[in-house]
Design a binder for this molecule. Sequence first.
Ligand code: TXA
Ligand code: MG
Length: 321
Amino acid sequence: METRRLEADPAGIAAAADLLGRGRLAAFPTETVYGLGADARSGAAVAGIYEAKGRPSFNPLIAHVADLAAARREGAFGEAALRLAAAFWPGPLTLVVPMAERGSVCDLARAGLDSVGLRVPAHPVAQALLRAVDAPVAAPSANRSGRISPTAADHVVGDLAGCIDAVLDGGPSEVGLESTIVACRAGRVELLRPGGIARAEIEAVLGHPLDAASAHEAEFRAPGMLASHYAPRAGVRLEVREAAADEHVLDFAEQLSATPGLLRLDLSPGGDLREAAATLFGHLRRLDAAGAVRIAVAPVPRSGLGEAINDRLARAAAPRS
Ligand code: TXA
Ligand code: MG
C-alpha cells in the first residue's frame, strides 16, 4: 500500500475524510500527538488500526468527535463529565463515560467495554476533518505499538509508511503529550492517564480531588498504560545527576553534560515544563535515531505537567520483553 501525504488544505482534508468514510486508515494531526484514524463505527476499519500498529487487541481506543453534541450521542454524560467537557473541550482531555444507549462506537473500538473514551480535539485540521467525516473517528497515537508517539507527519511516515492509506500533514503537535484521560462512571471521577492537562487543573474545575483509581483497575481499564508502552530502543536511566562516559543525555534545565561526541538534548534549557512536554517525544526519537545505546535522563520536577512527563519517562525506562 502506498501511503499518501496530504496537505492540510480543503482538498487534502476532503481526501482524508473520503478515505475514512470508506473504512480506510488516515493519520491526522491533533494538538497532543498525531492520531491514526479509522471510522469508529466499523469493526473492520478499527481492526485495520490494530493491524497497522501491531497493537494488542484488548486496548480500547479513543473516539474523536467534533463537539459535545456529537459526544453526547455516543456517551452518557453525568454532571462531572459535563463540567469537565465545558471547561476543557475542545482540548487535550479524554472522558471515559458509559456508552450511550444508541451509541455507534463499535465493540472492537471499545475492546468490549460498556464504556467509551471520547475526545473533542482543538486542532483546526482535526476539527475540519471530523466535521467532514461526520462520524466518530477512533484514533490511537499514529505509531507502531510500543514506539514513541508521533508529533509530526514525518514521524508517522517513518513508523507506518506502507501500512496506512494517508497522513494529513498539519505541522508539529503543540502539546506533544497524549490527552489526560478521566473516567466519569458510577459516581466516581478517576484519573486513568496523566497527560496534556494537569491534575490540579481538573481538580480545580471539579472543586474536589479526583478519586484514586486502584492500580489493578487502572491497568485493566487503560491497558495503554502497560509498563513498556513508550519505549525508545536505548536503555534509559532516570534521575541522573552525572552522566556516565558512554551515555547520551536527555537533559532538563541544563543540569548535565555529555562526553564530547555524544548527544545532549535539553527538554527545556529554561526549565519550562510546557516546553519539555512538547519536546519529549521528539528528543527521545532523535536520541534513538543517533543510535544511542544508553540514555541518561536528568531529574524533571513532578509538579503540573511534570507528572505526565515523569510517567512517560518511567515507561521509557521500564524493562521490556
Ligand atoms: O492525545 C491522545 O489521547 C491521542 C490523540 C491521537 O488523540 N490518542 C491516544 O489514544 O493516545 P491511545 O489509543 O493511544 O490511548 C487510548 C487510551 C488507552 O490507554 C485506552 O486504554 C484508554 O485510552 N481508553 C479508551 N477507551 C477506554 C475505555 N472505554 N475505558 C478505559 N480506558 C479507555
Ligand atoms: Mg500510544
